[in-house]
Design a protein around this ligand. Structure first.
Ligand code: HEC
Length: 207
């Protein structure tokens, strides 16, 4: 009897070894008792699809598709300022103050720097920023007389003077620390105008 089991075991192993490998690949899914939606009729990345006429699975974007962070050609910056796209981190310098993940230096090419622009910046600055940062930008606004702790930032400090223009634009747009975002009350153009006026204040302070 002992021999019988041994021979049976050897015969089973031999049979499995002989019949197991079929020698060819199987392309259809194996029979599954519980499929669990493992095999779905869907387009896989980079794979063809018989569903479309040209058999190509990946479709080209619909005409007029705009990637996040970009604007439609001819769309004014002001209309963009009111949408959530304003917050996107694209490479749209005019609307974000950013190049990719970095603050941009200088003013966007769409901005026309002239006396009227600086005048607009001065007016907007005096309306929006003076209560905290003061008319001269030194942080001695009316607020500093009441809530001295923490002090409002001194914007003619060399540290802020060295900040890239994009960072100042970004700070006005999104706020910083206790300072709230001012993108709701200032348009994109006005934020650049304020930034330009702030540069003028810093130059006037001569530090
Ligand atoms: C309600 C008060 C308030 C108003 C209004 C305000 N700010 Fe500020 N701002 C602050 C405070 C407070 C800080 C410091 C925030 C911090 O560092 O935590 C600050 C910081 C800044 C900074 C960064 C300074 C730094 O050292 O990093 C800039 C730039 C700035 N403000 C510009 C502006 C401009 C431009 C306006 C007008 C559009 C404005 N702020 C309006 C309170 C204000």
């Amino acid at each position: 009897m002992r021999w019988f089991f041994l021979i049976l075991a050897i015969a089973t192993v031999a049979l499995v070894c002989a019949l197991g490998p079929r020698g060819q690949k199987f392309s259809s899914p194996p029979f599954m008792l519980f499929p669990d939606m493992d095999n779905q009729y869907k387009v896989k990345a980079q794979k063809p699809s018989p569903f479309f006429e040209n058999g190509q699975g990946a479709r080209t974007p619909v005409e007029g598709t705009v990637p996040l962070g970009y604007t439609y050609p001819g769309e004014s910056a002001d209309s963009v300022a009111r949408t959530s796209r304003d917050y996107s981190r694209g490479s749209d310098y005019l609307n974000t103050g950013l190049f990719g993940d970095f603050y941009g230096k200088g003013f966007p090419e769409e901005i026309k720097m002239d006396e009227a622009f600086l005048e607009r910046g001065k007016q907007r600055y005096q309306i929006t920023c003076t209560p905290c940062h003061g008319e001269a930008g030194n942080g001695a606004g009316i607020v500093s007389k009441y809530w001295a702790i923490p002090p409002t930032a001194n914007l003619i400090d060399p540290r802020v003077k060295e900040m890239p223009e994009g960072q100042i634009f970004w700070t006005i747009t999104h706020g910083k620390g206790l300072m709230g975002p001012y993108n709701g009350v200032t348009s994109v153009n006005d934020r650049w105008a304020i930034t330009a006026y702030l540069r003028a204040l810093q130059a006037a302070a001569g530090k």
